[in-house]
Design a protein around this ligand. Structure first.
Ligand code: AMP
Length: 460
């Protein structure tokens, strides 16, 4: 069995790993770290929870320490792009943890917060910059940041970036990067258009896959109940009462749907919070912290807001509404059954959602078990408590003085993304289809399409 010592990582990194009590590398780490240490490009098919952040940051930190030099003013040596602020903050924190015994500087930039501090933070240059694409480009436009000295470029959650309409931003970023660099590309799913995007970024990459959809899904007990849309709230109350829930993530397709669920639960004195793109940054952080710490057991989320968030101990995923993109279902239920724990996914299927569920079962090659409505269901529906007025901590309107400015950034920086208006089945952003089909390359490369396929390694 491989241990972290086998990788030959810098002693300061091994110290940090020991301090974190990491003993055994995860499959993606075992597969990714050796080629990355040799400077290879990497295409990783993996979702959050697999240990991919350490998989890419440990060898990168090793590189930065092995070839030490000061970053150029307004430059960065390693650039990590993430689709949401939460994920960017999480990655930066991991880099700080793994680099805690080094002098490497780690900075995060994302929209929805004042830019001036970020400009100051970047002025002397930084070793590791973790950014969302919109704010990154704002900083470049303001000449507060340049990318011509980037040695390592990481694109995380590429499929999510595409869903959120970041393709144009990615094209711009790609043009600004130097041609000599190491590239790392991660995506939880690899439909054709993402594979094409990967080819545009990567040169002769090693491909590592740790989350084939079927395997992820197999570990989770899946149930589904046919129910009218307007009776879903009563079903939710019944499930919450009858299931042994440690932590449950409840997914809705829209932001307003998420707020409505929270208000209904509050009407029945059930504590829950919502996390979605209409929330201010502090509301989102607060809700996540409450969920992580166990203050609340129920977090209601839209797909995008929940992506990339790593919370252990999620016992249940409840699909209050069914996603119309099968991969989204895999992402959702992958939040449970982490690290071998038991996980349960329960889907509420309205008549018009049945085709979505059929697609999901086809793609995941799995079938969920029917969970009948409770015997007293009609009574539950009749007696459903009235929803509460928007509570302070979940309301999303007009309390935050920074709101307007934040909203302006949100579309670009992960707050109010396309996916929350219902992701498109083709995964492309509206208005980009034609351009996508022209199959433009970021950097013309003299290699055949799919050249990396020969290097595919399947693990996990
Ligand atoms: P990630 O998929 O990178 O978000 O990581 C998921 C979680 O696993 C994070 O909380 C990490 O701190 C943790 N983790 C990553 N690698 C290891 C490891 N080798 N041993 C134990 N925990 C790990």
């Amino acid at each position: 069995m491989t241990t972290f010592n086998d990788f030959g990582l810098h002693a300061d990194i091994n110290r940090a790993l020991a301090a974190k009590d990491y003993t055994t590398p995860t499959p993606i780490q075992t597969q990714a770290i050796p080629p990355l240490m040799k400077g290879r490009d990497l295409c990783g098919i993996a979702q959050t929870g697999t240990g991919k952040t350490a998989g890419f940051s440990l060898p990168s930190i090793h590189h930065l320490l092995t070839y030490p030099h000061r970053p150029t003013p307004r430059g960065c040596r390693m650039l990590v792009l993430a689709p949401t602020r939460e994920l960017a903050a999480q990655i930066a924190q991991s880099c700080r943890d793994y680099g805690r015994f080094t002098k490497l500087s780690v900075t995060t930039v994302f929209g929805g917060v004042p830019i001036n501090k970020q400009i100051r933070d970047l002025s002397g240059g930084v070793d590791i910059l973790v950014a969302t694409p919109g704010r990154l480009l704002d900083l470049i436009d303001q000449r507060a940041l340049r990318l011509d000295d980037v040695e390592i470029f990481v694109l995380d959650e590429a499929d999510q970036m595409m869903d959120m309409g970041f393709i144009h931003s990615l094209r711009r970023v790609a043009k600004l990067l130097p041609s000599r660099r190491q590239n790392l590309f991660f995506s939880a799913t690899m439909p054709k258009e993402i594979a094409h995007l990967a080819e545009q970024f990567l040169e002769d990459p090693v491909t590592v896959s740790v989350t084939p959809a079927a395997t992820t899904v197999e570990k989770i007990s899946q149930y589904s109940t046919f129910v009218e849309q307007k009776e879903k709230q009563a079903l939710l109350h019944s499930v919450i009462a009858s299931e042994d829930i440690d932590r449950a993530l409840i997914f809705t397709r829209t932001k307003h749907g998420a707020d409505r669920v929270v208000r209904h639960l509050a009407g029945a004195n059930i504590k829950a919070m919502a996390i979605h793109g209409n929330k201010s940054q502090s509301q989102r952080t607060h809700a996540l912290q409450a969920f992580r710490s166990g203050d609340i057991k129920l977090l209601v989320a839209t797909d995008i807001a929940a992506r990339g968030i790593d919370v252990s101990g999620v016992s249940h995923v409840i699909n209050f509404e069914i996603p119309n993109v099968p991969e989204q279902y895999v992402h959702r239920i992958g939040r449970t059954a982490r690290a071998g724990a038991e996980g349960k996914a329960i889907s509420f299927i309205a008549p018009d959602e049945r085709p979505y569920m059929r697609d999901i079962e086809r793609v995941t090659r799995s079938k969920s078990e029917p969970m009948p409505l409770p015997e007293n269901f009609n009574e539950l529906v009749r007696n459903l408590p009235k929803p509460a007025q928007p509570p302070r901590d979940t309301g999303s309107q007009g309390r935050d003085p920074n709101r307007q400015r934040q909203d302006a950034h949100r579309q670009r920086d992960g707050g109010q993304p396309r996916g929350e208006r219902g992701p498109r089945r083709d995964g492309a952003a509206a208005g980009e289809g034609a351009e996508g089909q022209r199959k433009r390359r970021f950097r013309p490369r003299n290699k055949s399409v799919g050249a990396h396929k020969g290097a595919v390694k399947r693990v996990g």
